[in-house]
Design a protein around this ligand. Sequence first.
Ligand SMILES: [Zn+2]
Length: 148
Amino acid sequence: MVPDLDVVVGLWFGVPWGHMLGHRGLTHSLTFAVALGAVVTALAFRAPQWRGRRLTVWLFLALATASHGVLDAMNNAALGVAFFAPFDATRYFLPWRPIPVSPFAFRFFSARGWMVFQAELLMIWLPTAGIAMLASLARWRQDRPSSR
Ligand SMILES: [Zn+2]
């Protein structure tokens, strides 16, 4: 959710929509994903038990953050994602854009918002939950003491 803070900050400071610091700009870039992952890892995973696993945590957080931009590039909004900001301001969409763009703020609670919610549930949340369940099952089977 952090990448979409650009909407709030942009409105506060009057940043134009298509600006590199505007919506879907720098905060949706791969650079931001890597940097945010590094900052969160450095601040929240300092305890000794994370030693030796911080690189994995950093990669996981960076990929999770970058996935936001990838999903945004798969919807039918008017503005693409600046994946390579701050080095390149070009906005990109993926060739396949099946996800309808979400209405802004309170307009989400409308008939169109409900349609978008159902589409995201079907195309994003249910497959993700299925993958998470399979991963949990695999981990459970791996960690289970052998019965032999
Ligand atoms: Zn976004």
